[in-house]
Structure formats: C-alpha cells, structure tokens
Design a binder for this molecule. Structure first.
Ligand SMILES: [Zn+2]
Length: 115
C-alpha cells in the first residue's frame, strides 16, 4: 500500500463514519417508530428511517466532496504538504511538545512553528 493510497483512505474515512453512524441511527429510529405498528397500532413517525438515511447520505456526500476537494487541490500542488512523502497533512492537534499536524500518508508528525 503506497502512501498516496493511505492518504486517500484517510481522506474518505470521515464520510464513511458519518454514513455508518447515520444508517445505524436510521435503523434504530425506524425500529422504534415501528414498535407501535408491531403491537397493532399506527407507526409513531411513518418513514422516519428513510428520511434520516437520505439526510445522512446527503451529509456524507458533502463530507466526501469536501475531502475530495482537498485531494484535488493536492493534485494541483496546493495544500499543506508533508516534506517527507509530499502527502497532505491532517488537522492541527495539541501534543506534548506543542501543536502539530500528522501526515495522512506516512503518519509522521510535523510540528508547527508557533510559540
Ligand atoms: Zn508524509
């Protein structure tokens, strides 16, 4: 697995997490809503699972689009790059020695020059 493949997988991970959590919530909401229907009554919120699943898919698509926009900027030479493998850097984090950013490809930490 190349560093670029790792970077692409790490860029797509937030969208996959949003989609997984949203679909789990949709399943739970649909199950709870249909609980009354299973007991012989009307469903509490008819079609709530479908609405949540659709909203989740739209949200996950937006997150994925944003990440792929970062990837596109990287292919054009933009963005903050790792000086070891030239992959994109992740979000800023606070560490023991100050703020740093982790490379999405090789995983090395890059200290930020602020004091
Ligand atoms: Zn790197």
């Amino acid at each position: 697995m190349t560093y670029e493949t790792k970077m692409l997988l790490r860029l797509a991970a937030p969208a996959v997490v949003v989609l997984g959590v949203g679909l789990a919530l949709a399943t739970m909401a649909s199950t709870l809503s249909d609980l009354l229907k299973a007991m012989g009554g009307a469903p509490l919120f008819d079609g709530i699972g479908d609405v949540i699943a659709l909203a989740t898919a739209i949200l996950a698509g937006g997150v994925y689009f944003g990440q792929m926009l970062r990837y596109w900027r990287w292919t054009e030479g933009g963005g903050d790059l790792c000086f070891v493998c030239t992959c994109l850097l992740g979000r800023e984090r606070d560490g023991r020695f100050g703020p740093y950013r982790k490379c999405l490809g090789c995983g090395k930490n890059h200290a930020l020059g602020r004091i």
